[in-house]
Design a protein around this ligand. Structure first.
Ligand code: ATP
Ligand code: MG
Ligand code: MG
Ligand code: MG
Length: 444
């Protein structure tokens, strides 16, 4: 590796100084067993509040603080890559939806109390959208010139959804206001729609693999969305609210909701035994058929120029739920561990305590922040300096461990020696290494 020459001593951007980051910790010293904070119901919520990632506002609603927003934006970019990789086009639909659409599909009744309803100044009924089948199908139905040549059409968005959950709890895992990626597909035939369905499932599998999350794809109930075929992507976790049955002998796996009785014999291979486990539903795919396209008349013209009703699918990912679920399963009781790609910042550099023997290492630490960020595109804006030099290295290391930066670099005694060495802690693996500058660049 070629290590770049030292960069100038320009000041570090305030947002890259730990002392300037807005991460207001709340319930700082509440341990896992402390029930005083009645509303803290799971590990990820406690860790995220302690680390200043989220702040509770009202039941099921949170302030997403700056580090969380960084992480969500990273997740959003990965989702964009995967969805656009299979032909998805991003749009953004209104959250404020007229009741007319929902009455047309009858979900104004079916959704019951989960639908957040309101009236405008003229007394007209509206809801805050919990999902967008009605809206997107209406949109597509308005295009009278849609040709079979333009299909499959895949439209998606990443927006806030509103659901008046009976029991909002577990922090971002079950909110009343949360971010979802929802995609909707329009195809010429049932066969084509199944192909699209498959390609979305594959994209979901790739996405979770990239994040390092071992999700299982299980057969699922179609619920009030309706349709014929459905799968959930479940992240195994003790805290999960879904019960899954997985066969030990074949590929069968299902949400228990899909089986009429609780059975132990596999309905697919008839010989394997089903074992039950718990999961957090992080994604859900539905083959809808013509259910909505028929109601809203979403039609395209076929090769004979005849109007035909499109075959649809819809596909959700719980964006904020994925973040919390990842923290839930990867973290220890007191330290957050992120999927590497989603950590708000990749590297934290620690200069020595003020007044220490190796005070001069402070300038080297600043230089390191500049050069890492400027020479490695992956690390642009991703390296922070823990400039709280009134605190000991030990204390700052503890903070860095709790926040879960994938890499922590201590610039101390070793850095001022003839051949400088840096202490590098890879928090994902727990490994500590002493590296030369070349070694550091190779690692990064
Ligand atoms: P659940 O069974 O957990 O209530 P759902 O089946 O009602 O979820 P879907 O309608 O399938 O949810 O929505 C798509 C995705 O949105 C879900 O797979 C989940 O990841 C996410 N999601 C749903 N409800 C919430 C919520 N209240 N808070 C956060 N994410 C949610
Ligand atoms: Mg639900
Ligand atoms: Mg569900
Ligand atoms: Mg679902």
């Amino acid at each position: 590796a070629t290590v770049p020459a030292s960069t100038s001593s320009r000041p570090i951007r305030p947002t890259l100084l730990v002392s300037r980051l807005y991460q207001p910790a709340n319930l700082r010293d509440v341990g896992p067993d402390n029930r005083l904070q009645g509303e803290v119901t799971c590990k990820s919520q406690r860790l995220m509040q302690q680390a200043g990632l989220i702040h509770p506002s009202n039941p099921g609603c949170y302030y997403y603080l700056p580090a969380t927003v960084r992480s969500m934006e990273k997740l959003g970019r990965i989702i964009d890559q995967e969805m656009q990789g299979i032909g998805g086009q991003k749009l953004d639909m209104p959250s404020l939806c007229s009741a007319d659409l929902w009455k047309t599909s009858d979900r104004w009744n079916l959704m019951g109390k989960e639908l957040l309803r309101l009236k405008d100044r003229h007394g007209a009924d509206y809801c805050l959208a919990p999902t967008h089948e009605e809206a997107v199908t209406t949109l597509v139905s308005h295009q009278t010139t849609l040709s079979y040549r333009q299909l499959p059409l895949l439209l998606y968005q990443i927006t806030r959804k509103f659901r008046d959950e009976p029991k909002p709890k577990f922090g971002l895992l079950r909110g009343r206001e949360f971010y979802m990626k929802d995609m909707y597909s329009f195809d010429v035939s049932e066969e084509a729609a199944y192909e699209t369905y498959e390609s979305v499932c594959e994209a979901y599998t790739r996405l979770f693999t990239r994040l390092g999350l071992r999700c299982v794809q299980v057969q699922a109930d179609t619920g009030n969305i309706g349709g014929k075929l459905s799968h959930e992507f479940q992240l195994p976790a003790e805290i999960g609210e879904d019960r899954l049955l997985i066969c030990g002998s074949c590929s069968f796996s299902a949400n228990i909701e899909t089986l009429s009785s609780d059975q132990t014999e596999c309905p697919q291979c008839k010989s394997g035994t089903l074992t039950e486990s718990k999961g957090i539903e992080v994604g859900h795919t539905f083959y809808l058929g013509k259910k909505y396209s028929h109601i809203f008349n979403a039609a395209f013209s076929n090769a004979q120029n005849k109007p035909c009703i499109a075959e649809m699918g819809c596909y959700g990912l719980g964006v904020t739920r994925i973040l919390a679920a990842a923290i839930e399963v990867l973290s220890t009781e007191d330290s957050i561990r992120w999927p590497g790609l989603l950590a708000p910042y990749q590297v934290c550099v620690l200069p020595p305590k003020k007044g220490s023997k190796v005070d001069e290492a402070g300038a080297l630490a600043e230089e390191l922040v500049h050069t890492l960020g400027e020479t490695l595109p992956r690390l642009r804006g991703e390296v922070v300096l823990d400039n709280r030099t009134q605190m000991t290295i030990g204390k700052r290391l503890k903070d860095a461990s709790r926040l879960g930066y994938p890499y922590v670099i201590v610039v101390g005694q070793g850095a001022v020696e003839e051949t400088p060495k840096y202490e590098v802690i890879c928090q994902q693996t727990g490994e500590t290494m002493f590296l030369s500058k070349d070694g550091l660049w190779d690692l990064m």
